[in-house]
Design a protein around this ligand. Structure first.
Ligand SMILES: [Ca+2]
Ligand SMILES: [Ca+2]
Ligand SMILES: [Ca+2]
Length: 346
């Protein structure tokens, strides 16, 4: 290109960017709660909407594990309330919750991902928090042996949980386990064994060797179809599973489209998938037909003004989307001292 061509093409690019801005293509998030989180809440992650319309939130605290991990709720008027402090793992001395979900028994099931606390495989767990009228009445470990327990969801009398790393060499493999509530409520916890375990309903490969991070967000839509995020490949898989959690079919539902990764996922009442793109610093909406829309996105930041800062989960409540900025040191992100959640008005 000569100088004139460069000037013209820069001008055209400038107009295009301006038009995107004018059409309101990307939404600008603000600070949830109008201020940063206190140090005792330093790494928010998984969220689920309760029947009481509170958003239940895993406060993982990986940025400073000296503060114990808790489950909080975001009330309808945006107050943060503590539900329970989770039991520390006997070997690592911490709990490290990611996904959480209410099952049909009314109790909360929480993924405790110990891979942030120790390099030793197999330490991650499922913790059941017994709930009564919005109050936690106890915690019990109901399953053990995961390497990286991550997203968790439910359908009928079953729990489905993403295992982000099956620890099976190259290429990177991950998958989804399913358990009945009855299995999880026996006297002794279930111990999973990885590939070959009868509870593992599917396993798949992540091709991206720069980011060998697999199954992450998991969620069912209103038709009972199961969606699973494959983080490193920026890919969402769709599964048809029967009531016994046998996979009948699977396909790639969405991939790429501006997404750099797919971390936590929640599905709204209109069957839109809401996905946190950790690597892309973005919040993504995927329509029921698989159309990928980047709703909000920004560069690297500490998040002090409400920007997305390594977001790991987002959830819609009414016309607002709440975003957990886990702000974990990974990829281009460096954990910083400003702990935040973002809010996007639709
Ligand atoms: Ca996650
Ligand atoms: Ca931050
Ligand atoms: Ca950061």
């Amino acid at each position: 290109m000569n100088r004139r061509q460069i000037i013209v093409s820069s001008f055209v690019l400038g107009i295009a960017v301006l038009l995107m801005g004018c059409s309101g293509g990307l939404k600008t998030p603000t600070l949830a709660f109008g201020k940063p989180l206190p140090d005792k809440y330093n790494s928010p992650d998984g969220m689920t909407l309760g029947k009481d319309n509170c958003i239940y939130l895993s406060m993982n605290n990986v940025n400073d594990f000296t503060h114990p991990a808790k489950v909080l709720c975001i009330t309808e008027d945006d107050q943060l309330e503590e539900i329970v402090q989770l039991p520390a793992h006997p070997e690592t001395g911490v709990a490290s919750p990611l996904g959480l979900v209410f099952a049909s028994d009314g109790n909360l099931y929480v993924s405790d991902n110990q891979s942030f606390a120790s390099e030793k495989p197999g330490l991650s767990r499922i913790i059941k928090v017994t709930m009564n009228n919005g109050k936690a009445t106890g915690c019990k470990v109901v399953a053990l042996g995961f390497n990286m327990a991550n997203g968790i969801t439910t359908k009928g009398d079953r729990i489905y949980i993403a295992e982000t790393n099956l620890n099976a060499g190259k290429p990177h493999k991950s998958g989804v386990y399913s358990f009945t509530l009855a299995e999880l409520n026996s006297e002794s916890p279930i111990v999973v064994k990885g590939l070959g375990d009868s509870h593992l309903i599917t396993s798949f490969v992540t091709k991206n060797e720069d980011h060998p991070v697999g199954a992450n967000g998991v969620a069912f839509n209103s038709k009972g179809e199961l969606f699973v995020c494959n983080f490193g490949d920026a890919q969402v898989l769709k599964f048809i599973v029967d009531d016994n959690a046998k996979v009948q079919s699977q396909e790639i539902f969405a991939q790429g489209g501006g997404m750099m990764s797919v971390d936590g996922m929640q599905i709204d009442k209109e069957d839109n998938l809401w996905i946190a793109d950790f690597l892309g610093n973005a919040v993504v909406k995927i329509s029921p037909t698989g159309e990928v829309m980047i709703v909000s996105k920004n560069g690297q930041t500490d998040g002090a003004n409400g920007e997305l800062d390594a977001p790991s989960e987002c959830i819609r409540r009414g016309d607002r989307v709440y975003v957990s900025n886990i702000d974990l040191t990974y990829g281009d992100n460096k954990a910083d001292k400003v702990h935040t959640m973002s809010l996007i008005e639709l």
